[in-house]
Design a protein around this ligand. Sequence first.
Ligand code: DX5
Ligand code: ZN
Length: 230
Amino acid sequence: MNENLIAPSILSADFARLGEEVDNVLAAGADMVHFDVMDNHYVPNLTIGPLVCEALRKHGVEAPIDVHLMIRPVDRIIPDFAAAGATYITFHPEASEHVDRTLQLIQGEGCKSGLVFNPATPLTHLQHVMDKVDMVLLMSVNPGFSGQSFLSSALDKLREARKLIDASGRDIRLEIDGGVKVDNIGQIHAAGADTFVAGSAIFGAGRAEDPHTYDSVIGAMREVLAGSGC
Ligand code: DX5
Ligand code: ZN
């Protein structure tokens, strides 16, 4: 298994002081910045694009940026995110006419690629493209908003995805996104996830004025992860 990574979703950050918020979660021990891109079309919400990703890089953020595209179409914007400093670019297979081409496009731009599975989307989309995937991201909520409750059906799906990844013998991260908290991260890890997105659990625990709260939530998550080997 890969080392565990904690990826705070900036969807729950204070956007008026985004650079500082990202600095604070990274200083508190986060490994990666989860960057939710929504278009009011594929999902019913509208968020941020490549300019904001670039601004974080210019601000000095060196940690990996994990761009989760909840947009349709996807291909046109991928080179822009690559140029803006994205590390991972993941997308939903339903949002691309040509999944294999989109995966190739992402890797061809020098980024790591990933497929995202909604709660009702079967893992069969992985067939035939496993060799072009660096990350499998399972949604444990329906995409569009932070602060929703974890759907327990994701646990069986994680076990299924873990088997597929292990059988492939490839170095592929298994990420979970939606409703991840200190009190469920242990069972999520035991089900096979190695990369944990958390928005409201981390940013909701305190505001930028008191970044120490980020240390305590991230620290508590790490403590659970350390004790819940699988
Ligand atoms: C939902 C987003 C998530 C969201 C997670 O569509 O993809 O990344 O911000 O937020 P929480 O952790 O609050 O469920
Ligand atoms: Zn996300």
